[in-house]
Ligand binder design. Structure first.
Ligand code: 13P
Ligand code: SF4
Length: 317
């Protein structure tokens, strides 16, 4: 079968079996093309609450599929690749954070959405990279415990100097591996390019960027800019998607190492198997976990929506 034939079969089967395919922007182009909705973590979470279909296939990583299940517990939610975890989401567990909360009882606990459903049950509010500054800025409490990503947390702290933000040593191993030297080299090699960076990168890299934002934020910025060249400081699939969508512009990965193996563990054939009903992993969460984790996800949707919050979704097929 050609790629096109596999895609046609996926589109036919997803309609026949009442499946909505959600794909994070880090998925490969062939998967993005068969998805009903694509976007960054915030856009996907927001949309997940309104999916009309009985079944949802999440092409992304585990915490994203869990978020869909929490928002739509009556739906059958499938994660496209059972091995697609997010290493950052697995860095901190409920017991660890419960212990820290005891030491800092007057802090509001802000959880990056890249956390497990279980950990979300003891947090006050979730954030994503596109909504973190807005949401933390709207919290009444000055004292914030921000988990798990210390790089995103440092970016929020720099934008909100009036807040007292406590950070822990967590983060994305893919983005955090980009060095200041990588950024200096990229600048030297492409002196006319603008540098667009995800806030999961270390502060020394973020401080060199012309624009800092989520995956959708970076894509929207590059598409709308009059500039012709861009250094892309996030997973390398974003450079590829942008090159595909904007053939008259040039996109250079900030580092060749910006590859998330977990996001890339889903293939088009996995998607085909999932819509046939014999692939992926169904997500099950108990009612108590769903009810408690839902509070902090709903608070994120409520505080994160509105001006400056949500990039537009791509709607396909
Ligand atoms: P976004 O919020 O930009 O989609 O990022 C999710 C993620 O996992 C980035 O590494
Ligand atoms: Fe997790 Fe980093 Fe991969 Fe995003 S890029 S899913 S934060 S490991």
């Amino acid at each position: 079968m050609t790629v096109r034939e596999v895609q046609d079969e996926i589109v036919r089967l997803k309609k026949e079996n009442d499946i909505c395919i959600l794909a994070h922007s880090y998925q490969s182009q062939d998967i993005i093309e068969v998805a009903d909705f694509t976007g960054d973590s915030f856009a996907l979470s927001k949309f997940a609450a309104t999916v009309p279909n009985k079944n949802v296939l999440m092409c992304g990583v585990r915490f994203m599929a869990e978020t869909v299940k929490i928002l739509s517990p009556e739906k059958r939610v499938i994660l496209s690749s059972p091995v697609a975890g997010c290493p950052m989401a697995e860095q901190m567990d409920k017991e660890l954070i419960e212990g820290i909360k005891e030491k800092y009882p007057d802090y509001t606990v802000v959880a990056y959405i890249n956390t497990t459903a279980e950990l979300k049950t003891i947090c006050d509010v979730c954030v994503t990279s596109s909504s973190a500054v807005k949401i933390v800025g709207e919290l009444e409490n000055k004292n914030i415990l921000f988990i798990p990503d210390c790089n995103l947390g440092a970016y929020v702290a720099q934008k909100l100097p009036d807040k007292n933000i406590k950070l822990l040593q967590g983060g994305c191993p893919v983005h955090a591996a980009v060095t200041k030297r990588d950024a200096e080299l990229a600048r030297k090699q492409h002196p006319d390019a603008e540098m667009l960076v995800h806030p999961e990168c270390i502060p020394a890299v973020v401080s060199m960027a012309d624009y800092v934002g989520s995956t959708s934020g970076i894509m929207n910025y590059a598409k709308n800019s009059d500039k012709k060249e861009f250094i892309i400081g996030t997973e390398n699939s974003i450079s590829e998607h942008l090159q595909y969508e904007c053939p008259d512009k040039r996109f250079y990965p900030l580092s060749q190492g910006l590859i998330c193996k977990n996001m890339k563990s889903t293939t088009l054939i996995d998607v085909l198997n999932c819509v046939k009903g014999d692939g992926g992993e169904e997500i099950f969460l108990d009612d108590k976990t769903i009810a408690e984790a839902l509070k902090c996800i709903n608070k994120m949707i409520q505080l994160g929506s509105g001006a400056g919050g949500v990039p537009p979704l791509s709607i396909r097929n």
